[in-house]
Each structure stands twice: as structure tokens, then as C-alpha cells.
Design a protein around this ligand. Structure first.
Ligand code: NIG
Ligand code: FE
Length: 404
């Protein structure tokens, strides 16, 4: 059945052409889930078929926010490790002592699918209160075929239980599970073998790996990417986070959608990403929580024209962050992104980092995924720190007000 909702009485930030694309007193028609008309209200063509009208009462309307890098599905939490870090232990020391990712792996294996879904839903609810309409969710805390499948099924179920698009990423190469101690190459063989059955079950949209001193080597990462390529799956990479490994060049050589973290990215890595059209995903909340001191080379990325996305990297270890607006604020405050770059980083460029071409701007034919905000100008989205600026979301044209 045809369905057309006219959103009116709002200021639009269309992000057209990579700018704010502001339209005062704007209107937007969502028809059958997509944007069928957008512009100043006074230019609305006569005779538009409209089934429902939604006054936004002067709100700012932006594309719905996209969190393009999260580890949302896991059991337990690691507050005790955060406390150890406050006393001086480093993330790497905790990981090498058997804590870190491995402790979450144990808790995730022990958790039921229902429990994992319940906790993932409550985290997603927090993110949706800030205008989130699309989220990427990685596996990587199961590290057996059955447990990776379990986590990816939970991610898919999240998309069924909430008005939210979920993209899944297989991150079997996240950490070495204890049963493969001393046999990292064998584990990578298993990670590659599991990929086809997971993909056959419709559980995988992209493939990621953690290429670092406490993760996997570039050679091992290459094997994972070769397997992904053979299945036609796009690559993403946790690259150059704690050290420089040349992972960015490697990922770019596979046409990766994104390289994420990238604090230790080299000039060569930037050039390779630029040539491959790979998005740089900035994760300031992880950097902040780990009290890291090496910032990503934002000015060089900007100068090279590498698109930058911003994400929470939500995970129980390095980034227990449930606020994409806070991550945007941090990207501006710590790394001097402009407020416009931060918003592009959670809309247009975040969509690109997920290989999605149907969202991230307010333009004709795009999905009518929207976020409404009680602010006058979009630069306020990275100005306020906390508060409740989001007044509602629309997902595929369906208006979902927030009951504040
Ligand atoms: O993106 N760097 C590796 N993976 C996660 C952290 C995972 C964890 O500590 O549980 C990250 O920061
Ligand atoms: Fe991550």
C-alpha cells in the first residue's frame, strides 16, 4: 500500500555536496520509505499525494545517524579492567595477562542468545535516543564457528526487534582464542574456513580483522582478506591503532571499505586509502578511554581528500561509549574536525564506510531515515555535551517520536 508522509515546519540540513545544505522552512516527502521530494515548503508542488503530515515544530532535520563501527553484541563487561588502567596498567598488559578481549570471549560464549539480544537491544536503545538509524555490529567475541554464528544471529535479530538497520561484520580475526594458543596461523585457517558457512547463512555483510601487535600480522590479515575476496565480501580493518603495521596499505590493496582507528597511519597509508577510496574511520572514544596520546593524522587525511567517518567503537574494553554525539564532540575537541566533518562522519561518510549508497544525505531517492533535533543549527550537535537534543527519528519514512 502506498504511503506518503510530509514532514514540514523544519530546517533541513541536507548535506548536499558535502556541505550543510541548509534549507530554512523546509519540507520533505517520504513515500514508500524513500525521499520523494525535498525543498523549501513554499516550493511544494501542488497536487502532491500526501497521506499524513508531520509537523516537526521548528526542529532541525538531518539524515539519521549511522554508527559504522561497533562491537555491540557481547556478554558481561570489563569495568574492573578500566579500574586497573586507572591504576596504571595498560590495555596491552591486561590483554597479555589473559584479560582484555579474551575475558569478554569467555563471558560471550557463556551467554545465551536471548541474554545477548537483551543487552544489545538496551545499548542500541541508548544510541537510538540520539538519532541513530543504522548501525554496524561486528562479531569477534565468539571465536568458534558456533559462537561467531550466535553473535551474528543476535545482530540480525537486533535489526528485527528494533526500528534500526543493522549491518553485520565478521571479525573472527579479533583475538587468538585460548584453545589456539601458540597456533595463530592455524586459527587464521579456521577463521577463513568459517567464513563461507557464515556467509551462506546470510550472516555476513563485510569482513574485518585486528591487525596489530596484540592482534594478527599483516600476512595473517592478508589470508583473511583473500578468503573474503573469494566470497565477494568487502573488507574493513582495525588498522594502525596501537602501532604501525602497514595494515592500511594492505586493506587498500583489497579495495577495503574502511580502515578504522588509524592513529599510527603513515603517509603511504593515506595515499593508498585515497587511491582506493577507503574511508578513514575515527574512533575518539577508544582513544580517550585508553588515554592514548597519538592522534590520527586528521589534517593529512583532510588534505589528501580521504573521507573521514566517526564512530563510537562501542565495546566493553576500549570504548564503553553509548553516545555517538559524544564521539563527534570528541573528534572535534581532540582532533579538530569541523562540526560539518563530524556530521558527515556519522552520515554520508559512515554510509560509505559500510558500502551503503542509499542513505547519508537528504536527497531524492535516498531512504527516508531521518533525525530531528531541538537545535537551530547543526553546529550545535557537536557543541552541547550531553542533554537530549533528539526529538525523534524516522526510519524508512515512519516517524518515531522520542518521548522525553
Ligand atoms: O576496536 N582493537 C580491537 N578491538 C576493539 C577492542 C575490543 C575489546 O577490548 O574488547 C577496538 O578497540
Ligand atoms: Fe573496534
Amino acid at each position: 500500500m502506498a504511503n506518503a508522509t510530509l514532514f514540514r515546519d523544519c530546517t533541513l540540513a541536507t548535506l548536499h555536496g558535502g556541505d550543510w545544505g541548509l534549507i530554512e522552512r523546509g519540507a520533505l516527502l517520504a513515500q514508500d520509505g524513500a525521499i520523494a521530494w525535498v525543498g523549501p515548503e513554499r516550493d511544494l508542488p501542488a497536487g502532491l499525494v500526501v497521506h499524513a503530515e508531520q509537523s516537526l515544530q521548528g526542529a532541525l532535520l538531518t539524515p539519521g545517524l549511522i554508527d559504522c563501527h561497533t562491537h555491540l553484541v557481547y556478554g558481561g563487561h570489563r569495568a574492573h579492567e578500566a579500574e586497573l588502567r586507572l591504576q596504571g596498567a595498560t590495555y596491552e598488559e591486561i590483554a597479555r595477562a589473559g584479560g582484555g578481549i579474551r575475558s569478554t570471549v569467555a563471558a560471550t560464549r557463556a551467554a545465551s542468545e536471548a541474554d545477548l539480544l537483551r543487552s544489545a537491544c538496551s545499548r542500541a536503545d541508548a544510541l537510538m535516543r540520539e538519532g541513530l538509524t543504522t548501525i554496524e555490529v561486528k562479531s569477534g567475541y565468539g571465536l568458534t564457528l558456533a559462537d561467531e554464528a550466535k553473535c551474528l544471529r543476535v545482530a540480525r535479530a537486533l535489526g528485527e526487534s528494533r526500528a534500526l538497520s543493522v549491518r553485520t561484520t565478521y571479525l573472527g580475526a579479533h583475538a587468538l582464542p585460548p584453545e589456539f594458543e601458540g597456533r595463530a596461523d592455524d586459527y587464521i585457517s579456521a577463521v577463513c574456513d568459517w567464513m563461507a558457512p557464515l556467509h551462506a547463512q546470510g550472516l555476513v555483510d563485510a569482513v574485518d580483522a585486528f591487525c596489530d601487535t596484540i592482534g594478527f600480522t599483516p600476512a595473517q590479515t592478508r589470508r583473511v582478506f583473500n578468503a573474503a575476496q573469494a566470497l565477494g565480501l568487502p573488507a574493513k580493518l582495525h588498522a594502525e591503532q596501537l602501532s604501525h603495521q602497514g595494515g592500511a596499505e594492505l586493506a587498500a590493496s583489497f579495495g577495503a571499505l574502511s580502515c578504522d582507528h588509524i592513529e599510527h597511519l603513515s603517509t603511504e597509508g593515506i595515499a593508498a586509502m585515497r587511491a582506493a577510496g577507503t574511508v578513514g574511520v575515527l574512533l575518539p572514544a577508544a582513544w580517550y578511554c585508553l588515554r592514548d596520546t597519538t592522534p590520527p593524522p586528521v589534517a593529512a587525511l583532510r588534505q589528501a581528500g580521504v573521507p573521514m567517518a566517526v564512530s563510537t567503537d562501542h565495546n566493553p574494553g576500549s570504548s564503553p561509549c553509548l553516545s555517538l554525539l559524544t564521539a563527534m564532540h570528541m573528534a572535534c575537541t581532540f582532533w579538530r574536525l569541523t562540526p560539518l566533518e563530524a556530521l558527515l562522519g556519522t552520515t554520508t561518510h559512515a554510509a560509505q564506510a559500510l558500502g551503503l549508497h542509499d542513505r547519508g544525505t537528504l536527497a531524492l531517492g535516498q531512504r527516508a531515515d531521518l533525525a530531528a533535533w531541538s537545535v537551530n543549527h547543526p553546529n550545535e550537535l557537536t557543541y552541547w555535551l550531553g542533554g537530549q537534543a533528539c526529538t525523534g527519528r524516522a526510519v524508512a519514512g515512519q516517524w518515531l517520536p522520542l518521548n522525553t
